[in-house]
Design a protein. Structure first.
Length: 94
């Protein structure tokens, strides 16, 4: 897991950077079916698919660090990502 940087900014605020070095099939194995976004297979670009998986894997890693658990990510009706059954919110940049 090539997490290049992680830092606690505030009590429940973490920043993390993942350098994508894995092949797509490696990321799928790391993430498992539960982390695949609903639109994963409709994304035409391998780069976008890998970015999506790495973002979700990093959120999972940081969630486990902050909350000691992770139940998944869901998007509200406006497409904003949230942690399933945990407080707070998620912001992902590619």
């Amino acid at each position: 897991m090539p997490i290049k940087f992680e830092q606690q900014v505030e009590e429940h605020l973490w920043l993390g950077i993942w350098e994508i070095t894995e092949q797509e099939n490696e990321l799928i194995q790391l993430s498992g079916e539960a982390l695949l976004p609903d639109n994963y297979f409709s994304l035409k670009s391998e780069v976008q698919r890998k970015q999506s998986l790495c973002g979700r894997l990093l959120v999972k890693h940081l969630s486990q660090k902050v909350y000691h658990q992770f139940y998944g990510i869901y998007k509200n009706e406006n497409g904003k990502p949230f942690l399933t059954n945990l407080p707070g919110f998620v912001s992902i940049s590619h």
